[in-house]
Design a protein around this ligand. Structure first.
Ligand code: CUA
Length: 327
């Protein structure tokens, strides 16, 4: 499965050509200057060679004009690489809102994946073609690196935090998934496949693989059993908002913030609250953290209405005090 240029992997995502274009630009600039400098070097060696044994070269005092030119031109070229590279990077690391979410947990030496609909996979990821897929990734042990060459998708997964990237596959097929960060003895065996399917096939695959609860439902269970609900109620529809901290800072409530607040609650305390929440470090696994976060996200998706013990609507209780239902 090769592309039209040897050694370049097949191109199967919307990012492929963007990464390739940048790569060819870098190669082109490198090649151009390598040829320019080596040919000028050879020319000068011949042109200014010593012709008599006692020849003394003419002293050269330097040239500000020349030095300015060969500083400014490379600077401009370097900045085009920086600007272009940053653009491609930000594209890839800023998932769009409407992407399908998949949780990825790396572990010596396998990839554990879970779809938002609950299906779990190991070393395989099934996705529909032409749909945006957001990966929310972390690791249970050491640093691994999620790498799908055909998509030009590659990101380190780092203990203790979430890394999110996204991709959109443009061709159906089976593509190699590698771990691209040395992670111990069986690093070279930490491989798998991404299987890109037609949307209808994908739906069939999804419905044929039910049986596990969704991460959000499992998270709701945990929310109750860990006793989160006793303080936070079920009214945690804060995901995606910004919140003001005691320290005066403002943070965005994202996966990383929720994770930190569960494991290290004293790190960022919301304004108006005391530092009374206990840590859950060591009590919840990476998988369970993912579930709790999925649950908290689902509350946001459904709006701030509590999902447990739904209170009757005002119309159902004509006698109820209106203030009780103020939201
Ligand atoms: Cu995991 Cu290398």
């Amino acid at each position: 499965m090769q592309g039209w240029i040897p050694l370049v992997p097949e191109s199967a995502s919307t990012f492929s050509w963007k990464v390739d274009a940048l790569y060819f630009y870098l190669s082109g600039v490198t090649l151009f200057f390598a040829l320019l400098i080596s040919s000028v070097l050879i020319f000068f060696v011949i042109r200014y060679r010593r012709r008599t044994p006692y020849e003394i070269p003419r002293p050269i005092a330097g040239s500000h004009k020349l030095e300015t030119i060969w500083t400014i031109i490379p600077f401009i070229i370097a900045m085009t690489m920086f600007g272009w590279g940053a653009r491609v990077y930000f594209d890839q690391y800023q998932p769009p809102e409407n992407a399908i979410e998949v949780y990825v947990v790396g572990k010596q030496w396998m990839w554990k994946l879970q779809h938002a609909t609950g299906q779990r996979e190991i070393n395989e990821l099934h996705v529909p073609v032409n749909r945006k897929i957001k990966l929310i990734m972390t690791t249970e042990d050491v640093i691994h690196d999620f790498f799908v060459p055909a998509f030009r998708t590659k990101a380190d997964v780092i203990p203790g935090r979430y890394v999110t990237i996204w991709f959109e596959a443009t061709k159906t097929g089976r593509y190699h998934l590698f771990c691209a960060e040395y992670c111990g003895m069986n690093h070279s065996g930490m491989t798998g496949s991404v299987i890109v399917m037609e949307p209808r096939e994908f739906d069939d695959w999804l419905s044929g693989n039910t049986g596990s609860t969704t991460p959000a439902a499992a998270g709701q269970q945990l929310y109750q059993t860990l006793g989160c609900a006793s303080c936070h109620g079920a009214n945690a529809g804060v995901f995606g908002n910004s919140t003001q901290l005691e320290s005066g800072q403002t943070v965005r409530v994202d996966e990383g913030y929720i994770r930190e607040s569960i494991l290290n609650p004293q790190a960022k305390i919301v304004q108006g609250f005391g530092p009374i929440m206990p840590t859950f470090q060591g009590q919840v696994s990476e998988d369970q953290l993912v579930q709790l976060i999925a649950y908290i996200k689902s509350l946001h998706a459904e709006g701030p209405t509590p999902v447990t013990a739904a209170s009757p609507s005002p119309s159902a209780r004509p006698g109820a005090s209106p203030t009780r239902n103020l939201k």
